[in-house]
Ligand binder design. Structure first.
Ligand SMILES: Nc1ncnc2c1ncn2[C@@H]1O[C@H](COP(=O)(O)OP(=O)(O)OP(=O)(O)O)[C@@H](O)[C@H]1O
Length: 232
């Protein structure tokens, strides 16, 4: 099993103010799969994504990637894991404003010993002709494409996406979801995508639904469709 989440628990606060945000989460994802994490606001999706990403730690249970538990990693190994094996895409693009598209993507490439070819990637992203533009000269969709490029250029094993289309309109959201699907097909990265949008589950291999910090549904989607065919 490539990614295993086992009995993961996480709470914040103490005494009367204690909230159990994750109450024992169990699921697995195969290499190269797209896993969509759904659930209402406050159900624990981002907390779970941050623990998988080694940004936050669990109170108990573990995340194991390729048989290695992140909780057993030293700080140095964990930093290496985050840098080399994970790519992050957020709702806010977090691009560096004074670097152009190509340079923003190069920032991601510096973190890898074996980055993807940047010009080839710029073509895949549909950004080759925009490569010399600064972020403020780009549309929201182009900015999100650039941030996906920055995440994917190091060819990470896992691409973590937190509401990647949260700030985008319908058509641009579909474009970005198509790009995530294309990148997954072309480079074989495992994708974990958090979203509020129920329709996105249709492009997933695995669907995990959370409510109040617990799994309500966890199933393999046998009728996966391409991102361009999603409707909502
Ligand atoms: N650092 C923190 N300290 C205290 N409580 C926190 C912290 N981070 C998250 N929480 C709480 O944990 C719960 C789950 O938050 P989380 O962001 O994981 O939910 P979510 O499902 O991603 O929500 P949304 O869809 O609104 O982003 C919320 O009630 C939130 O207030």
């Amino acid at each position: 099993m490539f990614l295993e989440i086992h009995e993961l628990k996480k709470g914040y606060g103490s005494g009367e103010n204690r909230t159990e945000v994750l109450q024992g989460i169990d699921f697995t994802v195969n290499k190269g799969e797209i896993c969509v994490l759904l659930g209402p606001s406050g159900s624990g999706k981002s907390t779970l994504l941050n623990i998988i990403g080694g940004i936050d730690t669990a109170d108990s249970g573990y995340v194991s990637v390729n048989g290695e538990k992140t909780r057993d990693m030293s700080e140095k190994t964990l930093t290496r894991y985050r840098r080399k094996h994970l790519g992050y895409v957020f709702q806010m693009y977090n691009l560096i404003p004074n670097l152009n598209v190509k340079e923003n993507i190069e920032v991601g490439a510096y973190l890898s010993d074996s980055p993807l070819d940047i010009d080839d990637l710029l073509h895949t992203l549909g950004l080759y002709e925009h490569r010399h533009k600064l972020p403020n000269q780009l549309s929201g969709g182009q900015q999100q494409r650039t941030s996906i490029g920055r995440a994917i250029v190091k060819n990470p094993d896992i691409l973590l996406c937190d509401e990647p289309t949260g700030a985008l309109d319908y058509h641009t959201s579909k474009e970005i979801l198509k790009l995530i699907g294309d990148v997954n097909q072309k480079y074989g990265n495992t994708v974990i995508m958090v979203t509020h949008n129920d329709a996105i589950k249709n492009m997933a291999d695995r669907v995990v639904k959370l409510r109040d910090g617990a799994i309500r549904k966890n199933y393999c989607n046998e009728t996966k469709i391409a991102a361009e065919d999603l409707e909502w």
